[in-house]
Design a protein around this ligand. Structure first.
Ligand code: COA
Length: 192
């Protein structure tokens, strides 16, 4: 950010457009042309992506993918919703490197809650991220998601290590009421 710029100057308003699976090649090129440092595959392989596309990884009964578009219609991000037919969907969110830190992640999590919770039968949404993915963790927190789990040494890295992952969730009831219900962590009473 330049010294004369404020945070609000840099915010970008976005809209969401369902992926047309017939145009999946564009998604493959898009994903393969950027770097995703906190994903297991920071530089996704187009051939593997093509296999996943054919298998319904991006569009099927249980998977939905949306482009995130800026005001000019530029594709600045992608959100894939998983376990879509379940009461508790999950998601993967990616914003292009040049567009990160400009409010797109937070807008997308808010859009996601509105979209999912307007559907019948959805009770909560879950997401996981690497412990060191501070941008994603701050995005969760900013949007009222609650840390619900800390998984030790589980998330695979590109160099073969396993790092901690953090689980977050948002309840439909909290979303409806504008509340943030904390986890009751001190619940060991009666165990000894
Ligand atoms: C993680 C990601 C989706 C966040 O989206 P974004 O558009 O960059 O985030 P926003 O601009 O909406 O900012 C949301 C919060 O994150 C913080 N943030 C943004 N970039 C950050 C960074 N590099 N380091 C630390 N915090 C950061 C913002 O300050 C804000 O927090 P605040 O309200 O407490 O100040 C985006 O950075 C991204 O796509 N990263 C690569 C892919 C990825 O890691 N996806 C998550 C997979 S689980």
């Amino acid at each position: 950010m330049m010294a004369s710029e404020s945070r609000s100057d840099r915010q970008i308003a976005v809209t969401f457009q369902r992926l047309d699976p017939a145009a999946g090649d564009e998604l493959i090129r898009w994903l393969a042309s950027d770097c995703w440092p906190f994903h297991k595959e920071p530089k996704p392989d187009p051939a593997r992506l093509a296999v996943r596309l054919a298998e319904g990884f991006f569009a099927s009964e249980d998977n939905q993918t949306f482009w995130i578009l800026d005001g000019a219609g530029e594709k600045v991000g992608v959100i894939r919703i998983m376990d879509f037919s379940d009461e508790v969907p999950m998601f993967d969110l990616r914003v292009r490197t040049d567009y990160r830190g400009r409010g797109i992640g937070a807008q997308t999590l808010r859009w996601l809650a509105g979209y999912i919770f307007s559907l019948p039968g959805k009770i909560r949404i879950e997401g996981q991220t690497r412990r060191d993915n501070l941008a994603m963790r701050r995005t969760f927190r900013r949007c009222g998601w609650v840390k619900e789990a800390h998984y030790r040494s589980v998330w695979p890295t590109a160099d073969g290590r396993r790092v901690d992952a953090i689980g977050y969730g948002i309840l439909k009831s909290d979303w409806e009421q504008g509340t943030v219900t904390p986890v009751e962590w001190d619940d060991d009473e009666g165990l000894d």
